[in-house]
Design a protein around this ligand. Structure first.
Ligand code: ADP
Ligand code: MG
Length: 232
């Protein structure tokens, strides 16, 4: 049997110390299989983003472990950690995180630069990703001049450029109107279905959650409901 793409065992995450300590995750365990689409839902402040950051190896848990394809990630540090993250994950955040005065293409190829891909190859793959998102005609435009929907499509192109195994999306439609948000959702689910990319979405949009294979409800730093556990 192939191991889950992510296996989380009793993860706790605290911020601050002493009197100021806040336990944002209080013992979370879950397995995510390759190709699943998973919604992480819960009220504001429940720990959704904290869980996503820990799953995506952007932040280390205080205690507990995270295995990526059966390999414990706790020993990954520095460059090896960065390389693993950059190679395996794509990120789509509500706030876009585009460099405003760089071109769309430069923004999209940033992960390839980090990966040390040479210039010609970077450009080829960047254009291909932009074509997939129907944005090739905007490659030379400054990111600042794009509409919200075009910005989020650029972010998805950037998330895709490294052929990630998992896309992490934190409130991906939070800054978009309903129609544009729907288009962005359709793109994410098409990538999940057609390319087999595992999709992990943090959202408080129940309609978006309902489109996922699986819904995980977080309350006060604990998983209180997991539709997969219920079905199993
Ligand atoms: P959600 O994404 O569900 O809104 P978060 O995971 O962002 O929740 O935050 C969970 C809790 O942890 C909140 O109470 C938040 O204030 C707290 N928190 C998040 N990040 C930090 C931090 N860097 N330092 C201190 N507290 C934090
Ligand atoms: Mg959040």
């Amino acid at each position: 049997m192939t191991p889950p793409i992510l296996s989380v065992k009793d993860v706790r995450k605290s911020y601050g110390r002493g009197q100021n300590r806040f336990d944002a995750l209080k013992g979370v365990s879950l397995d995510i299989d390759e190709g699943e689409s998973v919604a992480i839902v819960g009220k504001s402040g429940s720990g959704k983003s904290t869980l996503m950051h820990v799953l995506a190896l952007l932040d280390a848990p205080t205690t507990g472990s995270i295995a990526l394809e059966g390999v414990d990630t706790g020993t990954l540090k520095g460059r090896r950690l960065n390389r693993t993250r950059n190679k395996t994950f794509g990120f789509v955040f509500q706030q876009f995180f585009l460099t405003a005065n760089s071109s769309v293409l430069e923004n999209v190829i940033l992960p390839l630069k980090i990966a040390g891909v040479r210039r010609g190859e970077r450009k080829r793959r960047g254009i291909a990703a932009l074509e997939q998102l129907e944005l090739a005609d905007k490659a030379r435009n400054k990111a600042v001049n794009l509409s919200g929907g075009q910005k989020q499509r650029s972010v998805i192109a950037r998330a895709l450029v490294n052929n990630p195994r998992i896309i992490f999306a934190d409130e991906p439609t939070g800054n978009l109107d309903t129609t544009t948000g729907g288009i962005v959702e359709d793109i994410l689910f098409a990538l999940n279905r057609e390319n087999g990319i595992t999709l992990i979405v943090v959202t408080h949009d129940e309609d978006l959650a309902a489109r996922c294979d699986r819904r995980i409800l977080i309350r006060d730093g604990l998983i209180v409901q997991d539709s997969k556990a219920v079905a199993a």
